[in-house]
Design a protein around this ligand. Structure first.
Ligand code: HSE
Length: 341
């Protein structure tokens, strides 16, 4: 399976590390031999080699120099779009930064990949929140896979759970903690750390979005809520159609006051059906400490899925991070590999 990695930041590097770590398992267990033939990153540069790039050298170059320039023999002098058009690959792995307002450049990358006959795996929330139905249609016409497990709760397989494992159920409501950065900030502020210090730490750990404020204003959770609305409830809304409030108004004093009343602030995303209408919202809420969502701390996320068959099912797991989101793309790649077999 020849793949292109577009976007070689936290997530792209996380996937590359897992491909190295799991190379033998992928071949032995699933019969999949993954070869990364191209990488493009708008800051680090681009590489292309039809015989496959040496991922150990690629990761070392980025670690040592912050760019791909050291791999002189494999340098590709054009941008990501040119690479997607030129490369003969089976799968595009799109891991560029999310722009929730334009969904670019990711949407152009994905469209071009489908036009070139490539399957697409992405962790980018923009294209799913803004153009899901259009992109899915394009993929179906070309009989290609379009997989995006990492867009909600990183590698915690919540989309697979809802869309495949709970098949046959009528989903009525999905509700929970969908943003790792804000949950991490609220958790550490409760321990007495300042908002600014914790936000910086979240950025260093690779949880926070590239666009400043996207997490704390609630936009990232809003993108995920919209993805759930579009992919699970077949809604056709855009993120800013739904009400959204972030955590910037919550002070250390508010957190302490909530605690004194046996409560804890959480940024809650919710999607639900009201008759035929699909509603959604993002807002900070004071949750009673006895509620399961109150115990979800740090960068963890949690979702409670309410259905006609099972009542409530709650899934808790990582919601952000290098290895965690890299893993989401590995799940999708394995699914494509298995179906190709
Ligand atoms: N910035 C996001 C978060 C990354 O903090 O949850 C994962 O989508």
């Amino acid at each position: 399976m020849k793949i292109l990695l577009i976007g070689f930041g936290t997530v792209g590097q996380g996937l590359a590390e897992l491909l190295l770590e799991k190379e033998a398992v992928l071949y032995r267990t699933y019969g999949i031999n993954v070869q990364v033939t191209g990488i493009a990153d708008f800051q680090k540069g681009s590489l292309y080699n039809t015989r496959g790039l040496d991922l150990k050298k690629v990761l070392a170059a980025v670690k040592n120099n912050g760019t791909l320039a050291a791999l002189k023999n494999d340098i590709f002098d054009e941008d990501a779009l040119a690479l997607i058009k030129k490369a003969k690959a089976d799968v595009l792995c799109e891991a560029t930064y999310t722009d929730i307002k334009t969904a670019e450049p990711a949407t152009s990358h994905i469209r071009t990949a489908f036009e070139q006959g490539m399957h697409v795996v992405t962790s980018n929330k923009g294209p799913l929140a803004l153009y899901y139905h259009e992109l899915l249609e394009l993929a179906r016409k070309k009989k290609l896979e379009f997989l995006f497990e990492g867009t909600v709760m990183s590698g915690t397989p919540v989309l697979n759970l809802i869309r495949e494992t709970l098949t046959g159920s009528e989903i009525r409501e999905i509700k929970g903690i969908l943003n790792g950065t804000t949950n991490y900030i609220l958790s550490l502020m409760e321990e007495g750390l300042s908002y600014e210090v914790v936000l910086k730490k979240a950025q260093e750990l690779g949880y926070a979005e590239a666009i400043p404020d996207a997490d704390v204003l609630g936009w990232d959770a809003l993108a995920k809520v919209t993805i759930l609305a579009n992919t699970v409830f077949s809604a056709r809304q855009k993120p800013f159609d739904y009400p959204c409030q972030g955590i910037t108004q919550i002070s250390a004093a508010d957190i302490a006051a909530a605690k004194a009343q046996g409560k804890r602030f959480k940024l809650i995303g919710r999607v639900w059906k009201e008759g035929e209408a699909v509603k959604a919202s993002v807002s900070p809420q004071q949750i009673s400490l006895s509620h399961p969502l109150a115990g979800v701390m740090g960068a963890s996320n949690a979702l409670t899925i309410s259905s006609d068959t099972l009542g409530d099912v709650t899934i808790i797991g990582p919601g952000a991070g290098r290895r965690e989101t890299g893993f989401s793309m590995l799940i999708d790649l394995i699914h494509i590999g298995q179906r190709r077999h």
